[in-house]
Design a protein around this ligand. Structure first.
Ligand code: AMP
Length: 395
């Protein structure tokens, strides 16, 4: 079943209650300011469309951080309300609470147009998918829009239970629709060859994604610290590199399952004594006892790039090394430049790889940069998310 999009919705004169993912990073000290506004910026087209379609009110719901069901000023959406007001050039009223008693009266006033409800995770019911809370939230709107892809893997009151109260009156926002369509292309009709490149730190965190990729792709390139358990499982030495016994066991199973020999591993490395140490090239697959691998080496970059250049579809998750340090970022940046230079349908998902693509300055050249780390991986693993399912079929 197709997702119903707000593009097809009649919103004229309607009160719209909309869930967004404004979970932005803030500075740790006061005054708390937003350090990366991307998540809000990505929601702006949906907000504008709702207003252009003549909605009488827009009531926005979001969470920020993990306040665990308690009011905590550290996680107030105040900086988000200020940023939104500037960006939209209109007043954005921040409510005192998502279920504020005065809210209904406020919404009766003709001059009230855009309201941002205070952090919905200040309420204990949100993460419990509480029906009563969902009903209260539903009373602010005639129509429900969900554009919070980054929270769609959560079965929470404002993403899941709320759908109960909007039968045939719920829609996906523009970002949600683009995410589901782009990730859906990887799952349903990827042009071949399909190549995935997976990096990052822990096999155990991504085992389900790797298993799924082994089914979907023609070639699976593995780099970053993710590669060492695989190398060790194949009998190579990995020195002091990040590599847990649990991950080596998982890697052994995955290598056994890889009958088609789709998995390709690094053949050389950039290594150092410690993450703060001086980078040296290790021209062998084997890393000396007293060194740790911190990036993929030049031969690996060449070989991974050659593979990627043949692809018609690419999925990337996880950096190729400790890219936060300039000494060990070359592998990750090279992969970003190579993918950006292909004509493949390219999707990057997952927090750190998105940050890396942005750092490379090539984000615009990717077909899709997913806004949801956990949500994008879960969608790839399962082919569905609770928040999306509820939008499509109700609860
Ligand atoms: P993940 O969240 O699993 O994608 O992991 C991302 C983190 O893995 C980033 O902070 C990287 O710096 C780190 N990382 C990737 N490769 C290595 C490596 N070879 N050694 C240490 N850390 C790494």
């Amino acid at each position: 079943m197709q997702l119903k999009s707000i593009q097809d919705a009649d919103l004229k004169g309607k009160r719209v209650v909309a869930r967004f993912d404004f979970n932005v990073p803030l500075t740790k000290t006061e005054p708390r300011t937003i350090t990366d506004t991307s998540r809000i910026d990505l929601a702006i087209p949906t907000i504008r469309l709702i207003l252009e379609k003549g909605a009488s009110k827009l009531v926005m719901i979001s969470h920020l951080g993990r306040p665990d069901g308690q009011v905590n000023p550290k996680y107030s959406l105040e900086p988000v309300a200020e940023y939104l007001a500037k960006k939209l050039g209109s007043d954005v009223i921040l409510s005192e609470s998502a279920v504020d008693n005065g809210l209904k009266n406020l919404l009766q006033l003709p001059e009230t147009k855009i309201v941002l409800l205070e952090n919905v995770r200040f309420l204990p019911g949100e993460e419990k998918n509480d029906q009563e809370l969902a009903e209260k939230l539903s009373q602010y709107g005639d129509v429900y829009v969900n554009d919070a892809f980054g929270a769609a893997h959560r079965k929470h009151s404002s993403t899941y239970a709320i759908n109960t109260f909007f039968k045939n009156r719920s829609y996906a926002g523009l970002l949600m629709k683009k995410e589901i369509e782009s990730l859906g292309t990887l799952l349903e009709k990827p042009s071949k060859p399909f190549i995935a490149i997976i990096g990052g730190a822990k096999v155990s965190d991504k085992i389900k994604t790797i298993e799924k990729m082994l089914v979907l792709v023609d070639t699976l390139l593995i780099g970053g610290a993710m590669a060492y358990p695989f190398l060790k499982a194949k009998g190579s030495s990995v020195g002091k590199s990040l590599c847990s016994d649990e991950d080596v066991n998982l890697a052994k199973h995955l290598l056994q399952a890889d009958r088609g020999q789709k998995i390709k591993l690094p053949v050389d490395h950039i290594m150092a004594d410690s993450p703060e140490g001086l980078p040296e090239t290790c021209h062998s697959v084997n890393i000396p006892e007293d060194k740790m691998g911190l990036d993929i080496g030049p031969e690996t970059i060449k070989s991974f790039s050659l593979h990627l250049k043949t692809a018609k579809t690419i999925f990337w998750n996880g950096p190729m090394g400790l890219f936060e340090s300039k000494s060990f970022s070359n592998g990750t940046m090279s992969m970003a430049h190579t993918i950006a230079g292909t004509n493949a349908f390219s999707v990057v998902g997952g927090g750190d790889s998105v940050a890396a693509v942005q750092q490379s300055g090539e984000a615009e050249k990717f077909s899709h940069v997913s806004s949801g780390g956990g949500a994008s991986l879960e969608y790839i693993e399962k082919g569905e998310l609770p928040g999306v399912q509820a939008l499509k079929y109700g609860v």
